[in-house]
Design a binder for this molecule. Structure first.
Ligand SMILES: Cc1ncc(C[n+]2csc(CCOP(=O)(O)OP(=O)(O)O)c2C)c(N)n1
Ligand SMILES: [Mg+2]
Length: 365
């Protein structure tokens, strides 16, 4: 059961994330309408908003420290905010500015903040193997750090996720997998791609505990995550948690959602976890003024981050290739010089002709 201070922290994080995305939405649409030109406006490219997922990020990350690792998918803002990613530099990244977390080259799906060990990726389930790697590193270094990988229910059939469950389980690694089940993978309802209605059952085949939080009450997520993170920190291995969340928006900004029944949108809005958490706070004695104070602080922080980001310089074209390629690790041999080509053929190394190949494998020709 969270303390009132923890409840307030979760509420502030969730309100910040919601307000942040409302403001990103406004900024994003600037210049893109009426014909929805995805390259126009201050935030070019795709934008996936996580409104309706906030309780999951807040309820899990409240148990984490800066040194713990978190990976998130293409819908990352609520998790990043809950993990304590620098809001100004994150916003500058989303606006493609030089002072962004990745110097403006990653955009909203490729945020990386080494100060709080946070990363996200547009490739679904891609965050699972790195989280397992971080957990393995923590175990080998004998620290009590943990790793958490967030993913959508649409990613639970991906090999990267299933292999990660296996590796985490067989090595008893301090990692928690958090599946955010919003019922949809783009336009695909989940029942059309998997027969398992409870994604936490994926854990059964790999020998780790699986827990389903049927309703995204921040308190319920808090309780499930407290146990899972505690188990990982105490050296007792991984857990898979699935949280039922609600997708309030389209898959991406600009999604006309023609595939989605209207009552599903209405339902997502009705089941919003933020007013419910406000109710919990009222029961703990936080009055309307107290709640308003939290919301005002959150809104001001968001505004400050957006204003700051918009004043930042654009990256210089000549820096486009900087940080794009990794050099060899220290002490490793230099890689061979790039092969020169003549007419599309490799000019270095031995050449194998079809005749030689058939000769070497028994020669059937
Ligand atoms: C490996 C891979 N395959 C396909 C895609 C295209 N894609 C982007 S989001 C998405 C659906 C994701 O659904 P889910 O995991 O449920 O997350 P949600 O968008 O609902 O939060 C797909 C298939 C991708 N990014 N990566
Ligand atoms: Mg989904």
């Amino acid at each position: 059961m969270p303390s009132t201070v923890e409840l307030r922290t979760m509420y502030e994080g969730m309100v910040t994330a919601r307000r942040y995305e409302e403001r990103l939405q406004e900024e994003y649409l600037e210049g893109k309408q009426p014909a929805f030109d995805i390259s126009a406006g201050p935030i070019p490219g795709e934008l996936h908003l996580a409104a309706g997922h906030e309780a999951s990020g807040a309820g899990v990350c409240i148990h984490l420290r800066d040194g713990d690792t978190v990976t998130a998918p293409h819908r990352p803002h609520h998790v990043a905010i809950a993990k304590g990613v620098d809001l100004k530099r994150m916003t500058a990244e989303i606006f493609g500015r030089e002072t962004g977390l990745c110097k403006g080259k990653g955009g909203h799906m490729h945020l990386f903040d080494p100060d709080v060990n946070f990363a996200c990726s547009g490739i679904i389930a891609q965050g699972c193997p790195p989280a397992v790697g971080a957990a393995m590193a923590a175990k080998k270094r004998n620290t009590d750090e943990v790793a958490v990988a967030f993913l959508g229910e649409g990613a639970i059939d991906q090999g990267g996720f299933l292999e990660s469950l296996n590796l985490a389980s067989v090595h008893d690694l301090p990692v928690v997998f958090v599946v955010e089940d919003n019922d949809w993978a783009i336009s695909m309802p989940k029942e059309r791609v998997t027969d398992v209605t409870d994604g936490s059952q994926r854990a059964n085949g790999f020998g780790l505990p699986g827990v389903r939080v049927d309703f995204d009450d921040a308190l319920a997520v808090y309780d499930a995550a407290e146990e899972a993170v505690g188990r990982a920190r105490d050296g007792n291995g991984p857990t898979l948690i699935e949280v039922q969340v609600h997708r309030r928006m389209g898959h991406f900004m600009g999604d006309a959602e023609g595939y989605r029944p209207e009552n599903d949108v209405e339902r997502a809005s009705r089941l919003d976890s933020i007013p419910r958490l406000a109710e919990d706070l009222r029961k703990r004695g936080v009055d309307d003024d107290g709640l308003e104070e939290i919301r005002t602080r959150a809104h001001e922080r968001v505004e400050e981050a957006i204003e700051w980001a918009k004043e930042q310089p654009e990256p210089k074209p000549e820096a486009a290739l900087e940080d794009a390629f990794a050099g060899p690790p220290e002490g490793a041999a230099e890689p061979p010089a790039a092969a020169e080509t003549d007419g599309g053929e490799r000019s270095d190394g031995p050449r194998i002709t079809p005749g030689e190949r058939s000769g070497s494998d028994g020669g059937e020709e």
